[in-house]
Unconditional design. Structure first.
Length: 189
């Protein structure tokens, strides 16, 4: 099915929001490059295929819903307890979810074509709002793309361990893959 103009409800049932991290520092070999997924989020995309400027996107993410999906590299494989520790540190030390439970994105401008679109908007993380640009494409009923986020631009100190010998890179990549095909109405009982 192809994408149609109109409003599309977004959430875990319609797609994925993934964060990809890298590692740096003298202890980088000990750490892992991570793929982390937001598991509780919702939003809406208004798509105007005839006039992309009439399109918009809003997304709200539960900042406490991030789960580690994959860890690559490192001296040893990522364990279940490693995942739990990373998720706990992400909530407490990086995103401070007790004070900032929601991450939001609100588009301000959409342009381009189905093959290469650009969405400019405001991203709020840990109570700080800054502009960000998403780039992507529409194909096979999906909107796919990414944005680079430099954590320190939002006042986030990238996580470090072993007295700073192992650090997450300041820049993380957020990737999205959203199903924007029209949903068939469910049959009535």
């Amino acid at each position: 099915m192809s994408i149609t103009s109109g409003r599309h409800t977004l959430g875990p049932g319609s797609g994925r929001l993934l964060v990809h991290t890298t590692r740096s520092g003298l202890g980088a070999k000990a750490g892992h490059d991570l793929t982390i997924e937001a598991t509780r989020w919702h939003g809406e995309a208004t798509v105007d295929l005839a006039d992309p400027a009439g399109s918009s996107v809003t997304v709200d993410v539960d900042a406490g819903s991030f789960e580690v999906r994959e860890g690559t590299g490192g001296i040893r494989p990522l364990t279940g307890s490693d995942r739990e520790e990373i998720e706990k540190n992400l909530r407490r030390k990086v995103l401070h979810t007790e004070r900032h439970p929601t991450i939001t994105f609100r588009s301000a401008r959409v342009d381009g074509t189905a093959e290469a679109f650009r969405v400019e908007g405001d991203l709020t993380i840990v109570g700080v709002t800054r502009p960000v640009t998403l780039r992507g494409s529409l194909a096979e009923g999906h909107a796919r793309g990414s944005a680079s986020i430099v954590q320190t631009h939002w006042g986030i100190q990238p996580y470090s361990a072993f007295f700073g010998a192992l650090k997450l890179g300041d820049e993380v990549e957020v990737r999205f893959d959203l199903d924007l095909t029209p949903k068939s109405p469910s049959p009535s009982a």
